[in-house]
Design a protein around this ligand. Structure first.
Ligand SMILES: *[C@@H]1O[C@H](CO)[C@@H](O)[C@H](O)[C@H]1NC(C)=O
Ligand SMILES: *[C@@H]1O[C@H](CO)[C@@H](O)[C@H](O)[C@H]1NC(C)=O
Length: 260
């Protein structure tokens, strides 16, 4: 046996010296929805910019208000309820739709910045509503300016998930995958790596561990992005939305970074 030891030592040395063998760092572990304290360790409530966006849902959530965001049994639930206001307020965000729902959103505290040395894998399992007027998402958007934007999960009121990458507001690649309407959990994953030009990012999109689409984000290298999970309503998903409560469930979200 001792004769093999130098071989083992040589292999270990080769691995540790080989720059192609990259360690993976866990940015968000799979148990971030195991408790409110873990949720609040890895995520902030609302959108990075506040409560409103371009749909009719206004987001609520704080350490003392879990009526639209709850965690239980390692599952995050985002809950939209209709508001019955005859004179609804309007969203503070373009195009200022009327607010018809109270709902929930969170965003990761860690920003995602793909570089030559830092690739990311972003994944989770989703029970997503697909009824007209429900607009759940799991997506990346620029910290400074816009784009970058890449949507790993976006359901726009039909039985499809949309994978999208925006080069500009009008230059967008979208690929649709069929999504069951029975609220069963399915996994989505995106692997983001810098292209050899060290400017563009390649995005491989998976559903239930099968590669479904590859898209490229122009100039995404080095641009910080937020990871957001939200249950927006109406907007791109049609209207009117549901008259009852809508729940979007998410579990086993994990973000890993490989490289230095
Ligand atoms: C976005 O830019 C990348 C890099 O130039 C390119 O490969 C991709 O095709 C562009 N997307 C669209 C929709 O044109
Ligand atoms: C809403 O904003 C998102 C990103 O900020 C964008 O991708 C989407 O096209 C917008 N949709 C509408 C209907 O304004």
């Amino acid at each position: 046996m001792f004769l093999r030891l130098p071989v083992v030592a040589a292999v270990i040395t080769a691995l540790s010296l080989n720059p192609l063998v990259q360690a993976a760092t866990t940015v968000i572990p799979t148990d971030s929805f195991s408790s409110y304290s873990n949720l609040e360790k890895y995520w902030n409530y609302l959108y990075p910019w506040g409560s409103d966006h371009n749909g009719s849902g206004r987001m609520f959530g704080s350490s003392s208000d879990h009526s639209h965001i709850s965690v239980s049994g390692n599952v995050l639930s985002l809950i939209a309820t209709p508001l019955s206001n005859p004179n609804p307020p309007t969203s503070t965000a373009n195009p200022h739709p009327a607010i018809h729902y109270a709902s929930g959103a969170i965003h990761a505290k860690a920003q995602i910045t793909v570089t030559r040395d830092n690739s990311y894998t972003i994944q989770g399992e989703f029970s997503a509503p697909t009824a007209r007027g429900t607009w759940p998402a799991f997506w990346l958007t620029a910290v400074n300016g816009w784009p970058p934007e890449a949507d790993i999960g976006e359901w726009k009121g039909t039985n499809n998930n949309w994978y999208n990458t925006f080069n500009t507001s009008s230059v967008v690649r979208s690929n649709l995958v069929a999504w069951p309407s029975d609220l069963s959990f399915h996994s989505l994953k995106a692997a983001l790596t810098a292209e050899s030009n060290n400017a563009d990012v390649k995005l491989d999109f998976y559903m239930d561990n099968q590669l479904k689409a590859t898209q490229y984000g122009q100039g995404f290298v080095g641009k910080a992005m937020w990871l957001i999970i939200n249950l927006q309503m109406e907007g791109s998903s049609g209207s009117p939305g549901p008259s009852g409560t809508t729940t979007y469930k998410i579990r086993n979200v994990q973000v890993t970074r490989s490289g230095s």
